[in-house]
Design a protein around this ligand. Structure first.
Ligand SMILES: *Cc1c(COP(=O)(O)O)cnc(C)c1O
Length: 424
């Protein structure tokens, strides 16, 4: 058969784009060769509807071993008692949780999209906002931080069926235990969606949601540095807040409902090639090398935030506890849309983002989001971060000056040349 040169030429172009640029998108990362090898393997040929040992197809003895290993490594990584590694993405993982425990019209409470929340937490354009009565909490205007006592009061007043902790653009840590106490008062279920900081949580660098939250979902491709995908996990046996007859064994009963909500509830056959790649990534994340990486991600973010502030940029909440930060560009008379485009001209990839209490539309926005997870994988340390902030600032101040931006782009290429995608 003839090689598909059209597609492989495009892949080559994309490879060059990734190598030449500075990747600051907080939700992206660079996976190892062995993660890609597993993902690109013959496992893609296999149908395996069901779970290890309980499949609807023959010939699953090998993929059963692979999926079981993925589950046990994930459980070890997060201290979970149960997990399902089949969700095709983070949004799919959340959808499965909703379909397991909610009915159309049920009240849910999530973090406001315009304050840094995620579409799948009740946005009107997502099924979570169309089918459920979605309510939101946000950050305080003065501090840019969530006041968890206020959230607790909101939970008690609203009496939602499900509360979601977690965000896509919030640079501070979460007080899961205060949220849980309020949930217990009104019989609400608490879901933590740790898609963004999961890698840091796995290594103990942020608060642990597993102790306090009934269910934890995450993507596998952000700080966790695996293939694109999602997972669902549970920690302890919890007392009965959601109508099950037994007090003990709630985890087991919930897990059966959740397994069924993934397949056949909301998905068909699992992607065993991606599950194998997840298992490889979980294995990597269990290593000391990954701990060093996660610590460096956090240090790099903290240095990046300080350096941005020194140059007069305003960071929502004033700094960061994790891998990311949200920058309000209004003090520099720039919009997120312009900043994303200008930085793009200089081969620095970012995404525009709403800031809390934004006066611009989601297509324009007043903010931009940075994360250090991808560049840290390329081997960038604190010194490199200072260099990157200088390039970012230089580029933003050169908005409209195409030749200047092109010359900054050349500096970016020089800085990144010789650095493999996966160095750390
Ligand atoms: C990225 C993200 C998701 C969605 O992940 P996809 O894999 O893109 O579906 C869900 N929740 C949060 C908080 C996220 O940041």
């Amino acid at each position: 058969m003839q090689r598909d040169s059209q597609i492989f030429d495009y892949i080559k172009q994309e490879n060059k784009r990734q190598l030449d640029g500075i990747e600051l998108i907080a939700s992206e990362n660079f996976v190892s060769e062995q993660v890609m090898e597993a993902m690109g393997s013959i496992l893609t040929n296999k149908y395996a509807e069901g779970l290890p040992g309980k499949r609807y197809y023959g010939g699953c003895e090998v993929v059963d071993e692979i999926e079981s290993l993925a589950i046990s490594r994930l459980n070890e990584l997060f201290g979970a008692n149960w997990s399902n590694v089949q969700p095709h993405s983070g949004a799919q993982a959340n959808m499965a949780v909703f379909s397991a425990f909610l009915k159309p019209g049920d009240k849910i409470l999530g973090f406001d999209l315009s304050h840094g929340g995620h579409l799948s937490h009740g946005s009107p354009v997502n099924v979570s906002g169309k089918w459920f009565d979605a309510n939101f909490y946000g950050v305080e205007k003065e501090t840019g931080k969530i006041d968890f006592n206020k959230v607790a009061n909101q939970i008690i007043d609203l009496k939602p069926k499900l509360v979601i902790a977690g965000a896509s653009a919030y640079s501070r840590d979460w007080d899961y235990s205060t949220m849980r106490k309020a949930c217990d008062q009104v019989g609400a279920m608490l879901l933590a969606d740790i898609s963004h900081p999961s890698g840091l949580i796995a290594k103990g660098l942020l608060n642990d949601p597993m102790k306090d939250c009934h269910i934890v979902t995450t993507t596998t491709h952000k700080t966790l540095r695996g293939p694109r995908g999602g997972v669902i996990m549970m920690g302890e046996d919890f007392e009965n807040p959601f109508g099950f007859k037994t007090l003990k064994g709630a985890t087991k009963m919930m897990s059966q409902v959740l397994d069924g909500a993934v397949f056949p509830g909301t998905q068909g056959g699992p992607l065993e090639h991606v599950i194998a790649a997840k298992a490889v990534a979980f294995g990597e994340a269990l290593s000391d090398d990954y701990l060093k990486y996660a610590k460096q991600v956090k240090r790099n973010a903290s240095v990046m935030a300080d350096e941005m502030v020194k140059r007069g940029y305003q960071i929502i909440s004033g700094g960061t506890d994790n891998h990311s930060m949200l920058i309000d560009l209004r003090s520099k008379d720039l919009t997120g849309k312009v900043a994303e485009a200008v930085l793009g001209q200089a081969h620095i990839t970012t995404n525009k983002n709403m800031v809390p209490f934004d006066d611009k539309s989601p297509f324009v926005t007043s903010g931009i989001r940075f994360g250090t997870n991808a560049i840290t994988t390329r081997g960038i340390d604190e010194n490199g971060i200072v260099e990157i902030v200088n390039l970012v600032d230089e580029a933003l101040m050169a908005a409209g000056n195409d030749s200047k931006l092109a010359s900054i782009g050349e500096k970016v290429k020089t800085m990144m040349s010789g650095k493999p995608l996966f160095a750390h």
